[in-house]
Design a protein around this ligand. Structure first.
Ligand SMILES: [Zn+2]
Length: 117
């Protein structure tokens, strides 16, 4: 399952950051998931819930931000944001477009908590 291996790498990042900051646990995680990333946010969330048990992020709250697809048009130089799957330039209708955003999966934010002083 794609989502589960993704979550495994997210947890690698969480562990690394927790260690780096000398924190004891993760309290919140924000992930940015592009609409074109091929990831289903619901599955990602349930993978997170399953995976977090017994880890530093056991009590963490997950927020998933879905990033719309952003296209750049080499013909007219315009930028379009599409919520649907019609990948054409909204300004000139060209289909010779480049996807500049919407394929990424990024750990946007991590909230950590430290025991003691
Ligand atoms: Zn265009």
């Amino acid at each position: 399952m794609h989502e589960l291996s993704l979550i495994a790498s997210v947890f690698d990042i969480l562990e690394e950051k927790t260690r780096e900051h000398g924190a004891s646990r993760v309290t919140a995680v924000v992930l940015r998931v592009g609409r074109m990333s091929g990831v289903v946010p619901d599955l990602l969330e349930s993978a997170f819930e399953t995976y977090k048990n017994g880890t530093l992020a056991e009590g963490a709250r997950l927020t998933i931000e879905v990033v719309p697809v952003k296209l750049r048009c080499p013909d007219c130089g315009g930028t379009s944001v599409r919520e649907d799957t019609d990948f054409s330039c909204t300004a000139c209708g060209s289909r010779r477009i480049e996807i500049v955003e919407g394929r990424e999966i990024v750990v946007e934010k991590i909230e950590l908590e430290t025991d003691g002083a």
